[in-house]
Design a binder for this molecule. Sequence first.
Ligand code: ADP
Ligand code: MG
Ligand code: MG
Length: 199
Amino acid sequence: MLDADFFRRWMAVTAASVDREAEQLTELDSAIGDADHGSNLQRGFRAVAAALEKEEPATPGAVLTLAGRQLISTVGGASGPLYGTLLRRTGKALGEAAEVSVAQLAAALGSGVEGVKQLGGAVVGDKTMIDALEPAVAALEGGFAAARAAAEQGAEATTPLQARKGRASYLGERSIGHQDPGATSSALLIAALEAAASP
Ligand code: ADP
Ligand code: MG
Ligand code: MG
């Protein structure tokens, strides 16, 4: 079972990976966006890590709703409200439980992804974070390593696609041949589950 400590580690590991990969994420965003994805998420997840240390939320659901609120209030770009919605919806779906199973996390993350799709209107194949998140959720019942592999594969599969949502879509065919920054950061978020499970 996964307790609040696990969810705090998940957010802390994500914050550390975003710090480590920030330059790379911004470079991907400079090819098909406005070169701010790394710094956007760095600001957001640093705020998440700070808020979690200060407030010490007691349940998995409370950890994720707090994290989501921080992302919405600190990230100016499209990714802030989208990732914020993902984590808030997932947290809400986990309810008040002190511990949750991987299957419950998979179901909750599924409703989080639905929330992102409603907010942003993207489906798989539009070259967005959904391309990494949706296959990861589908694979999650098979374990964290399977989810990570699915997310990484989904992110890599965005390279030959033409963007149909977000800033990259303004480029039309010129968005082809570059990996989507948001799908890449989503793969970091999912990979952090595995690291959080074996601290
Ligand atoms: P901005 O584009 O506002 O500068 P970021 O650079 O932080 O924001 O985030 C860009 C990422 O957000 C994209 O790579 C894409 O994965 C994701 N994104 C943008 N629009 C959407 C959308 N409508 N639905 C899902 N994801 C989106
Ligand atoms: Mg950007
Ligand atoms: Mg921007």
